[in-house]
Design a binder for this molecule. Structure first.
Ligand SMILES: NC(=O)c1ccc[n+]([C@@H]2O[C@H](COP(=O)([O-])OP(=O)(O)OC[C@H]3O[C@@H](n4cnc5c(N)ncnc54)[C@H](OP(=O)(O)O)[C@@H]3O)[C@@H](O)[C@H]2O)c1
Length: 344
């Protein structure tokens, strides 16, 4: 069995990890940390887990977690995982960070966008944890920087086009996210009266996920890719729908585009390419690790419009983290993740 610890177990991604891992046949949940609820059972905080995981929450102790676990998930605000991971790898404990600490190839980019006193990754085998790109490196990694939710939807949506040189390297991305994307801490912006029957843009052209998208898309393309990014908060609990506008380099019809996508993702269980004319919806992936991709060609402007839907807490966070764990420990990638989306 893989012995698992979760730091930040009471956050939305922490609880989602527990939901998935409590039914994972190869996992034993050994350690759950919480600063706010320690000594309580996690199922006393979240009744949805009663009977599935009634484990007691403990104060964060890296020493204890390292002595009991083979892998630690850090489901903490960005900035906390760097030090934890450095210590853990010395003891042979693997780390999967759901924050941004290990997502950047150049740590100075992290510093620029996230701030803080951050050290480089020297001596650590780290990888950006997008299995559809880095599966082989993930197998060998000590630390995985689990991708952000928006970047997961955008990179999976654009990768086949950039890899095949079909579009130009400037893309416009318009994304909508459910409110759980902001975590469980209350703030003015995520109060019911602010979100219900409302949709609003935020962090326009300055969201922290821009450099992450540009880093990965540029590597796929082989040249610099620039992303114009407008995220929106949508009145729903979960889900991300990203709509991407790309300039086609030459005329193409939807059937040719469909063949490019289906060929690119033919071996990827969690990416489903929709038939031409069928467009993705967040509800079709709700509660699952799937990414749905659809597209349309606008002949009038020679623009290819790509749409990609994920559940921000699953493929956008905890599901993808479990997918990474499965790869790191050499077990079937779908273990614990073969969940049918909840519909309607
Ligand atoms: N929500 C998403 O859709 C999503 C998607 C992708 C990635 N992420 C990333 O995943 C990470 C967790 O996100 P989340 O949405 O689960 O956030 P969250 O709901 O706010 O949970 C974070 C948890 O970390 C603990 N925590 C907060 N400050 C801490 C500190 N100083 N020291 C130790 N523990 C602390 C808190 O639990 P206690 O108070 O009980 O200790 C809290 O429950 C973030 O880095 C986020 O950017 C989130």
């Amino acid at each position: 069995m893989i012995r698992v610890g979760i730091f930040g177990a009471t956050g939305y991604t922490g609880v989602e990890l527990i939901r998935i891992l409590s039914k994972h046949e190869k996992v034993e949940i050994k350690y759950l940390s919480s600063q706010s609820y320690n000594t309580k059972a996690i199922s006393d905080v979240y009744s949805s887990l009663i009977g599935f995981c009634d484990k007691e929450l403990e104060e964060l102790s890296l020493e204890k977690a390292m002595s009991e676990c083979d892998v630690i998930f850090t489901a903490l605000p960005s900035g906390h995982a760097s030090k934890i991971a450095r210590e853990a790898v010395k003891k042979g404990v693997k780390v999967i960070d759901l924050g941004a600490d290990f997502r950047f190839d150049d740590y100075s980019v992290y510093k620029e966008w996230y701030g803080g006193d951050y050290k480089n990754y020297e001596g650590i085998k780290r990888v950006y944890g997008l299995p559809e790109v880095y599966r082989e490196k993930i197998k060998e990694a000590e630390v995985v920087g689990n991708p952000g939710c928006y970047p997961t939807s955008v990179i999976l949506g654009l990768m086949p086009l950039l890899k095949n040189g079909i579009i130009e390297g400037n893309v416009i991305v318009d994304s909508k996210s459910g409110v759980s994307g902001a975590g469980h801490n209350p703030s003015h912006n995520n109060m019911y009266a602010e979100c219900n029957e409302n949709i609003k843009a935020y962090n326009v052209a300055k969201h922290r996920h821009i450099p992450e998208m540009e880093q990965e898309l540029s590597k796929v393309f082989g040249e610099k890719v620039s992303v114009v990014f407008t995220p929106h908060l949508a009145p729903m609990t979960r889900g991300i729908l990203s709509t991407m506008y790309c300039k086609l380099k030459k005329d193409m019809d939807v059937n040719t585009v469909y063949n490019v996508y289906t060929d690119f993702y033919k071996n990827e269980y969690f990416v489903k390419v929709l038939q031409p004319g069928d467009y993705p919806a967040t509800k079709n992936v709700y509660g699952s690790n799937f990414c749905h991709i659809g597209f349309e060609v606008d002949k009038h402007t020679n623009t290819l419009i790509v749409m990609s839907a994920i559940d921000n807490l699953v493929k956008g966070a905890s599901g993808q983290a479990v997918q990474n764990m499965n790869i790191m420990f050499g077990i079937d990638e779908n273990t614990g993740l073969d969940i049918v989306p909840i519909y309607p």
